[in-house]
Design a protein around this ligand. Structure first.
Ligand code: 3PY
Length: 254
């Protein structure tokens, strides 16, 4: 069952998405409706921002009903957190701070139903998410859902080839902000960029996809040129603040 993100990966298309931090189906739809088809996925962020797991169901449905893949970033790679995100109908999950091969194996185990993993059964609403895996959910969840881990620490980068090789991991997602902080280096500096490039290469060498968080279109275009497969262009709050202030400046003749 090809979700929009999975289909883009199969076609080798660059999959563009954005970061949703405001718990509002209205915000998600306001962005997705006019851009229909151009954003392949939306990251529903429950690690940071205002979203918690009681918002998942409504947000997942809002995103899926506009033809994009709802991807939930859980607060941490805990089994119960992954289970609740997947049960709400997420088409993929992102877990922060994957430091090792063991971390990656644990995330795969928590994300897959037996006999592959240990995911508990109770997909409350996953069967009815529009355009998703639908009634066939139970039999196809293991193969259809996309498992994404974030590489955003020195330990993660040092183990990145082993993480990429873990069966069931689909995407390595770079968090450039945390990566810089955790490494104690400048964002955009030489060491930081080398870690990003090593992660990109490790993903592709293992036949996996590479993703990255960007803060604007120019940044995203640069990463597209480098061969990233999944790119977050900007955040909801980023656009709101920038857009409003830009127009205020115009209004003031600045
Ligand atoms: C990071 O840059 O650290 C992220 O996880 C994306 O916000």
């Amino acid at each position: 069952f090809d979700t929009p993100l999975k289909a883009a990966f199969q076609k080798q298309d660059t999959a563009y998405g954005f970061w949703l931090t405001i718990p509002s189906a209205g915000v998600a739809k306001t962005i997705l409706r006019p851009s229909r088809g151009q954003f392949t996925w939306v990251l529903i962020d429950a690690e940071h921002g205002l979203i918690n797991d009681t918002h998942y169901y409504e947000l997942v449905n809002a995103v899926a009903s506009e033809g994009a893949s709802p991807i939930i970033r859980v607060p941490w790679g805990e089994e119960w957190m992954l289970k609740r995100a997947l049960d709400a109908g997420a088409q993929g999950i992102v877990t922060p701070m994957c430091h090792s091969e063991e971390d990656a194996k644990k995330i795969v185990k928590y994300s897959k139903y037996p006999p592959v993993g240990t995911r508990g059964y109770g997909p409350m609403f996953a069967h009815s998410v529009p355009g998703a895996i639908g009634a066939e959910y139970d039999d196809n969840a293991n193969d259809s859902l996309i498992v994404i881990v974030q590489i955003e620490s020195r330990q993660g980068v040092e183990s990145v080839e082993k993480i990429a090789a873990v069966d069931g991991i689909d995407v390595l997602f770079i968090g450039p902000f945390d990566l810089a902080k955790q490494m104690g280096v400048q964002r955009g500096g030489e060491e930081h960029e080398a870690a990003i490039q090593r992660t990109l290469k490790a993903a592709h060498s293992s036949g996996k996809k590479a993703a990255i968080f960007c803060t604007n279109g120019e940044d995203a275009d640069n990463r597209r040129g480098q061969g990233f497969d999944m790119i977050s262009v900007i955040t909801d709050v980023g656009v709101l603040a920038e857009g409003m202030l830009r127009e205020l400046g115009v209004a003031k003749g600045q």
